[in-house]
Design a protein around this ligand. Sequence first.
Ligand code: FES
Length: 84
Amino acid sequence: MMKITVCIGSACHLKGSREIVERLQALIIKQNIADHIELKGTFCLGNCAKEGVSIMIDDQYFNVSKENIEHFFNEEVLIRLKAQ
Ligand code: FES
């Protein structure tokens, strides 16, 4: 099971974390991988100064935006999942 945690703290909320969660949910459904992914929200990850919304895959930090979330999903989520 892969764990994806999206920061919904106030800074990330302003940068669009809700939309990031919605897009991830849609991509997960589209790829039919809901059984393999645990998608959660979390309070501030301590990365507010970085550009974009803070997100974690398991224990690794990333920053994403609505412009690159689909690319991120393909490159990081799908490829890692296949490698598992
Ligand atoms: S609010 Fe998201 S990292 Fe701080």
